[in-house]
Design a protein around this ligand. Structure first.
Ligand SMILES: NC(=O)c1ccc[n+]([C@@H]2O[C@H](COP(=O)([O-])OP(=O)(O)OC[C@H]3O[C@@H](n4cnc5c(N)ncnc54)[C@H](OP(=O)(O)O)[C@@H]3O)[C@@H](O)[C@H]2O)c1
Length: 336
C-alpha cells in the first residue's frame, strides 16, 4: 500500500506529476493532493476520479510513503523534514536543497549512482533546475566520449517554466496584442507576447541572474565536474511550453560529428532530430509532451578544432520536473 502526497498539486508541475504517475502506472494506492489554503476543497483528477485537495499542513504527511514537493523553496524548507520524519521519501522540485552536499541531485540517465551514497539510502533527493536537467541528458553521452572543457549556453525559456499563471498571462497578452488592446504584464515584469527578455530571476552579485547561476552550479554537481567552465545566458521567449538551448561544447580532443550523433542516438532519454535537408531540428512544439530531450544541429564549430554546436529542446515540465521526479521515486522504491 503506497500513499503518495503531491505538495503543489494544483500547479503546472503538480498537474504533470499527476499525469506522469498515471501514465507510468506508479503504484499509488492513496493520493494526497496538497496546495495552499486557497485551493482547499477543490479537486484534481487522478485515474479519472476527482480527489479533494487539502491545505498543506504537518498532519497531512501521516502515513505518506512518497512526497513530491512542488510548491516553491519556502514550503520545501518548512515541510520536507516533517515529511521525512513521518517516514516519507521526499523528491523535491524546488531549489531549496539542490546544492546541499548531503542531498543527491539526480538525473537518472546521468548520475543514478548518486541515489546510492556511502551514507545509506537517501530519504530526500533534489530534482534539478529544468534547464540543468535537460542539458545534462544531452551532454552526458558527449562527456563520455571526451571530457567537456567548456560550455557556452544560451537558453530560450518558455512561459511554463514560470508556472501556470505565466502560461495564462502569455495567452492573455497575445490575445490583447492581436485585438489591439494594451498589453499589460501581470505575472512577469515585461511584455511577453511578441517579445523576449532576460530571465526574470533576480540579478546576483556576479552580474548573472539566479537562473544562470543555478544552471552553472547544478551542471557541475550532476556531471560530477566541479571545475567545469560554463557560461550561461538565460532568456525568456514567448513559447508556452518546453525550453530550448543553443550550446557550444569544447571537448578535450577533437571528436567527429558522426561519433557524437551515434552516442546521442544510443543514449537513454535523447531523440536526435537533425535533418538539414528538411531544415528539421529540435523545436519546442515537438518537444512539448515528449519524454525525450530533442537534440540536433550537431555541427563542428569552425572557430575551434575541439568544439561542436548543438541545439536542444526539452519539455521542462516533464524531463525538467515531473518525469524526472517520478523516475527518481521509481528508483527509490525499487531499492526498498
Ligand atoms: N515550472 C517548471 O518548469 C518547473 C521546473 C522545475 C521545478 N519547478 C519548481 O516547482 C515548483 C512549482 O512550480 P510550478 O511551475 O508548478 O508553479 P505554479 O504553477 O505557480 O504552482 C505552484 C503550486 O504551489 C502551491 N502553493 C503556492 N503557495 C503555497 C503555500 N503557501 N502552501 C501550499 N502550497 C502552495 C500552489 O497552490 P495554489 O494553487 O493553491 O496556489 C500550486 O499548487 C517551484 O518550486 C518551481 O521552482 C518548476
Amino acid at each position: 500500500m503506497v500513499t503518495v502526497a503531491i505538495v503543489g498539486a494544483t500547479g503546472a508541475v503538480g498537474a504533470e506529476l499527476l499525469s506522469v504517475l498515471e501514465k507510468r502506472n506508479f503504484p499509488v494506492d492513496r493520493l494526497v493532493p496538497l496546495a495552499s489554503a486557497r485551493s482547499e476543497g477543490t479537486t484534481v483528477t487522478f485515474r479519472g476520479q476527482p480527489v479533494t485537495v487539502r491545505a498543506l499542513s504537518a498532519e497531512a504527511f501521516a502515513g505518506v510513503d512518497v512526497a513530491f514537493f512542488s510548491a516553491g523553496a519556502g514550503r520545501s524548507r518548512e515541510f520536507a523534514a516533517i515529511a521525512q520524519a513521518a517516514g516519507a521519501f521526499v523528491v523535491d522540485n524546488s531549489s531549496a536543497f539542490r546544492m546541499d552536499d548531503n542531498v543527491p541531485l539526480v538525473v537518472p540517465e546521468v548520475n543514478p549512482e548518486a541515489l546510492h551514497p556511502a551514507s545509506g539510502k537517501p530519504t530526500l533527493v533534489a530534482n534539478p533546475n529544468c534547464v540543468a536537467a535537460i542539458l545534462t541528458v544531452a551532454l552526458a553521452p558527449i562527456e563520455r566520449l571526451s571530457p567537456i572543457r567548456r560550455l557556452v549556453v544560451s537558453t530560450y525559456q518558455s512561459a511554463s517554466g514560470a508556472g501556470a499563471r505565466a502560461m495564462e498571462d502569455l495567452q492573455v497578452q497575445t490575445r490583447d496584442f492581436l485585438e489591439g488592446r494594451p498589453v499589460i504584464p501581470r505575472v512577469l515584469k515585461h511584455p511577453f507576447a511578441f517579445n523576449l527578455f532576460s530571465h526574470d530571476s533576480a540579478m546576483e552579485a556576479n552580474g548573472y541572474n539566479g537562473e544562470e547561476n543555478k544552471v552553472v552550479n547544478e551542471l557541475r554537481k550532476i556531471l560530477g565536474r566541479p571545475d567545469l567552465a560554463v557560461s550561461v545566458t538565460s532568456v525568456r521567449v514567448p513559447v508556452l511550453r518546453a525550453h530550448s538551448a543553443s550550446v557550444n561544447v569544447e571537448l578535450a580532443e577533437p571528436i567527429s560529428v558522426e561519433a557524437v550523433r551515434a552516442a546521442l542516438s544510443a543514449a537513454a532519454g535523447v531523440r536526435v532530430v537533425d535533418d538539414p535537408e528538411k531544415n528539421h531540428y529540435p523545436m519546442p512544439v515537438e518537444a512539448s509532451g515528449a519524454d525525450d530531450v530533442l537534440v540536433g544541429r550537431i555541427r563542428r564549430d569552425p572557430s575551434h578544432p575541439n568544439a561542436l554546436n548543438l541545439f536542444i529542446s526539452g519539455d521542462q515540465l516533464l524531463k525538467g520536473a515531473a518525469l524526472n521526479a517520478v523516475q527518481i521515486a521509481e528508483a527509490l522504491l525499487a531499492n526498498c
